[in-house]
Design a protein around this ligand. Sequence first.
Ligand SMILES: Cc1ncc(COP(=O)(O)O)c(C=O)c1O
Length: 435
Amino acid sequence: MNLVLDYTREYKKKTPQSAKLFAKSAKLHVNGVSHNIRFYEPYPFVVKSSTGKNLVDVDSNKYTDYWMGHWSLILGHRQKNVKDALKKQIEKSWMYGTVNMQTILLSELISKAVPVAEKIRYVTSGTEATMYAVRLARSVTGKKIIAKIDGGWHGYTSDLLKSVNWPFTESESSGVVNEEKIVSIPYNDLEASLFILKKHSNDLAGVIIEPVLGGGGCIPAESDYLKGIQEFCKKNNSLFILDEIVTGFRFRYGCIYPTMKLDPDIVTLGKITGGGMAIGVMCGKKEIMEYADTTGKKKSERSYVGGGTFSANPTSMTAGFATLSILKNNKSIYSTINSIGDYARKELTKAFDGKGVVTGKGSLFMTHFVNNGTVEITNAAQAAKCDTRALHDYHFKMIAHDGIFFLPGKLGAISYTHTKQDIKKMVLATSDYLH
Ligand SMILES: Cc1ncc(COP(=O)(O)O)c(C=O)c1O
């Protein structure tokens, strides 16, 4: 019996409207999608609505969602207070293209919660935030090379589109130039990383790292590793940039770096800070961010960093402010979702019984199908060598058969609307797949 074929049949049977609509979508859009990772075989279901922890597709199938808007919806879909705040804002207007009150309100929250955010610049995606962080690092240091992690994902900016997918040595795309200005280092291996960084030390503008490798396998960094990289950066006059686009406001109210006693120069944020609306945030120490100040400077003296048309638009700022306000005033949200995450990792580990390693932290988790007795995964190479096809099939089985949605192959995020009962259901579906 071919299980994948059976589940494909089951999926097709329950999603006829999605099949029709996706065929239309495929005529109109490249791959039928507007973000490469959203496509999966035979076709992704088409969503009609979402509430709380659920997505509903156009055939009215309901899915418990663990993708949660690219992990941005920590309070769940369509959270009431966020929705009410947005409705009020839309009554006033949804686009000003000018300085507005909503931005100042959100920035007051971010600057209090994130100590390094002495100055902030908003954009409309994480990709833009990291792109500008790279430019700023080059402007501040006068150097050109940026180091990133093997398997690190910082969006589609050409400045960081290297060594994302296994094997990390091949170009990720045609059309990317100056790849030699990007070097990559292995996560959680300080000695090997320093060896590479030292080779480029003369021209190293900065190092950008996620404190929990997200797309690369949901793998937490060891704090000594990050401290070692930071120390090297400080001594070498290179900037230490933390990409907290996934981790910011995910595990606690604020970033994760203060808990690791780190002192980054620039931090990028996104996802949760926009409350489900488009956002990217670049923030950092005043003396560094001031390079982006254009007033009275010659072109050669400034770092020409955007925004754009929709940066700091009032709807993103409003949804972000409403979301962070809720998180600020209800810190038990974090203990609740972090403990549900611990429970998920524990129960999934039991269910996999040695066939899988469950990584993650707090409310983020990911399963890796191991095939060689691996018991620990600490970098993206180890994650990539796992059976990623099996992970994809497991996720697809849950979509087709159990009404549970993970974007196939990706990590899961728990929101405040998920319960232990949901995890129990997901673990049962997992056991069913494994046996
Ligand atoms: C760590 C990290 N940085 C940057 C990005 C890019 O953000 P966006 O998709 O908003 O451009 C992502 C997206 O998932 C991410 O995970």
